[in-house]
Write a protein that binds this ligand. Structure first.
Ligand SMILES: [Fe+2]
Length: 220
């Protein structure tokens, strides 16, 4: 296993709906790694000092891969990582599928992939030390929604409660959208502020999601 060294994270806000693309840089090697192609390259490029080795896709809803072509054209050596069943990605020559709990080594960093179906069937969270890139599985203040084809509320409950909330309380999430009161949050604090993260079981979670959907304001 490659030892984890220090790293920096630049959050770039934009895209179709307050999306984030993240530029992670390995401090020791300077190699950048991208998370999602959700923001126009021209907005991210000032923070990408050399060719990224990896683009980690959290899931293939259109807004998260909206600018994939731009990034692939600019960085032809970059590997695109995603779910093995992501039909949108699997035809790409640069695609590499990631399996549950399999490490992705880039520079001197190691990302751990956690499959988290629910919001979408091919959702993956990427863990790097005490940081977790959660895509649309978990936001600041709530979980993702389950309103698209290939969503599953039972899967989402399992992913959030059995795979994410069991990580260290001080793990800090970096979500796919800027939907919360601040851009990032620790798991510990997120559970405190979110009724959707306080369910006792799946049925309770379903009731809480119904409440959320019935009361949600557009754009939140
Ligand atoms: Fe999504």
């Amino acid at each position: 296993m490659v030892p984890t060294t220090d790293f920096s994270i630049r959050s770039i806000l934009g895209g179709m709906d307050k999306n984030f693309t993240y530029v992670v840089s390995c401090s020791r090697t300077g190699i950048p790694i991208l998370v999602d192609a959700a923001v126009e390259l021209r907005k991210a490029s000032p923070f990408i000092r050399r060719e990224p080795q990896a683009l980690l896709i959290t899931h293939t809803h259109g807004d998260h891969i909206a600018y994939l072509d731009q990034y692939m054209e600019a960085f032809p050596q970059m590997t695109v990582f995603g779910h093995p069943e992501s039909t949108t990605l699997s035809s790409l020559a640069s695609f590499h599928s990631v399996t549950q709990d399999k490490g992705i080594n880039v520079g001197q960093l190691e990302f751990n992939a956690i499959h988290t179906p629910g919001h979408y069937y091919d959702s993956i969270c990427y863990q790097l030390d005490s940081v977790l890139f959660t895509g649309d599985t978990l936001f600041v203040g709530r979980t993702g929604r389950v309103i698209s084809a290939n969503s599953s509320i039972a899967d989402l409950y399992d992913s959030v409660y059995n795979k994410l909330l069991t990580l260290r309380d001080l793990t800090r999430i970096y979500p796919g959208h800027d939907y919360g009161e601040k851009p990032t949050i620790t798991l510990e604090e997120n559970v405190k502020i979110s009724p959707l993260l306080q369910a006792n079981n799946l049925d309770d979670f379903k009731c809480r999601m119904d409440d959320y959907e019935n009361n949600r304001k557009p754009g939140s």
